[in-house]
Design a protein. Sequence first.
Length: 134
Amino acid sequence: RGRSHGALAGFELMPRDSYGDTYSATAAFTDASAQVVASGSVSASGNNTLLTPTSGKKIRLAYVSYNPSAAVEAAFRFGASGTLFLRNNLTSGGSVVAKDFGDMRCVEGAINDPLILNLSAGVATIWNALYLEV
């Protein structure tokens, strides 16, 4: 199981154990059939829901990215008021912000929490994610 880190409320990092083996919860990332790839675009200021897990499940991220078309402050979060992460103030369009968490340090939200991209302004923004529902 992952450990919850107080400074990062709203999601968990999924570490390796003391022997260097991944916990069974993260082993599914090695099974390509279980991985889901999603992509889309949003353009509204504030919270934009990207992914909503099946009821009773949570989203476990291995990779996320966003690419706004103009200057904006952007960040991901789980749930409408979760902690912002991968938060960046981009001063021009065309920048790509990406994070590959991999199977060692996956990030996951709470049960039923959607993945959200928060934008400080209404800017067309492309996003991508590689995830599992667990």
